[in-house]
Ligand binder design. Structure first.
Ligand code: ZN
Length: 62
């Protein structure tokens, strides 16, 4: 069978503890762990950029 995440051929024998996925990475993606981590990081970066750090400069001009 194939991994539902990356479509790679999966070893379905008991030796593969990540069944039905090919690896721990694909199992984590399926659980949504990776996705939620990515969204949190992206959101944090966007918020940092929105900080109005040029306010002190305007005060100096005034
Ligand atoms: Zn996979």
């Amino acid at each position: 069978m194939r991994c539902p995440i990356c479509r790679k051929q999966v070893d379905v024998s008991p030796a593969n503890r990540f069944r039905p996925f090919c690896s721990e990475r694909c199992r984590m993606i399926d659980l949504g762990t990776w996705a939620s981590e990515e969204y949190r990081v992206a959101g944090g970066k966007a918020e940092d950029r929105e900080h109005p750090d040029d306010l002190p400069r305007k005060r100096t001009i005034h």
